[in-house]
Design a binder for this molecule. Structure first.
Ligand SMILES: [Zn+2]
Length: 278
């Protein structure tokens, strides 16, 4: 009997010790700046101790795109982005109003160079309603050249406008830019360039966001992923069919603050359907 009680006490003590250890791992809360291009947001992230080390990634060399899946498992998933969009294979669908509900004046908080892109962070306020879900605009950033290709065409630049819903769903607009006439909104954004890697500049000014979108707002839609580690899937992509134009000088100026070729190559569709507006 005595032995049984001692044994029971020992098992209980062991269980409590295990639980405490597990708990201490689970509740280590860290303020992390996720510098993944698509979703650089300051968030409270619960990180298990053993996964605490930061995995560097880049666009070339040992930590380049082809090796991302080794340190970020999701990058090896089946529903990744970007993709090559083939118009002939896209299905026409009633995708609803393509006009974002942006105000003409929206406040840019600051601009950062996170080493992977130049990113303008927005004050809360602007949003886009898609499939009855409200997505709040968080930030815009740039890739040079574009990540998605349309019928095999890679544009010299793309702007990604990243939105997030209250429950954490992500919606990204991709606005292609081709070389041509200069863009006035670009002049405003580029007045904060050059910006060095790791540098942040305060903006605190209004920006006419609708002016950076193409006039014809027809678009392609499919579900993919963040195009940078951690490559999380379930991202709603709206890729505008028509590009805007920016001048050669504007492309060159942006290029000076970006890493060379900060794009991920096209990923396999793996049976996914691309829809498009009629
Ligand atoms: Zn991006």
């Amino acid at each position: 009997m005595k032995t049984k009680i001692i044994l029971t006490a020992f098992v209980l003590a062991f269980t409590v010790a295990c639980k405490n250890e597990k708990k201490s791992k689970e509740v280590e809360v860290e303020e992390t700046v996720i510098t993944d291009g698509e979703d650089t947001l300051v968030e409270e992230t619960v990180t298990p101790v053993e996964n605490n080390e930061k995995h560097e990634w880049s666009y070339e060399g040992e930590n380049g795109t082809q090796n991302w899946h080794k340190t970020h498992q999701d990058c090896g998933g089946d529903h990744q982005s970007p993709i090559d969009i083939v118009t002939e294979e896209a299905e026409k669908a009633d995708l609803g109003e393509p006009h974002p509900s942006y105000k003409e004046e929206t406040m840019i908080h600051n601009v950062i160079n996170n080493g992977h892109s130049v990113q303008f962070n927005f004050e809360p306020g602007d949003h886009h309603i898609f499939n009855d879900v409200r997505y709040n605009l968080k930030q815009i950033h740039f890739h040079e050249p574009s990540e998605h290709t349309i019928n095999g065409v890679r544009y010299p630049m793309v702007i990604h406008l990243v939105h997030k819903s209250e429950d954490g769903q992500i919606l990204v607009f991709a606005v292609m830019a081709k070389e041509g006439e200069g863009s006035a909104p670009f002049n405003f954004l580029e007045s904060y360039l050059p910006i060095k890697k790791g540098e942040t500049k305060k903006v605190g000014k209004n920006f006419n966001l609708p002016s950076i979108l193409p006039k014809d707002k027809g678009y392609y839609y499919y579900v993919g992923s963040l195009t940078t580690p951690p490559c999380s899937e379930g991202v709603n992509w709206i890729v505008f069919k028509n590009p805007i134009t920016v001048s050669k000088e504007q492309i060159e100026k942006m290029h000076q603050s970006l890493p060379d070729h900060n794009y991920r190559p096209a990923q396999p569709l793996n049976g996914r359907k691309v829809l498009m507006t009629e």
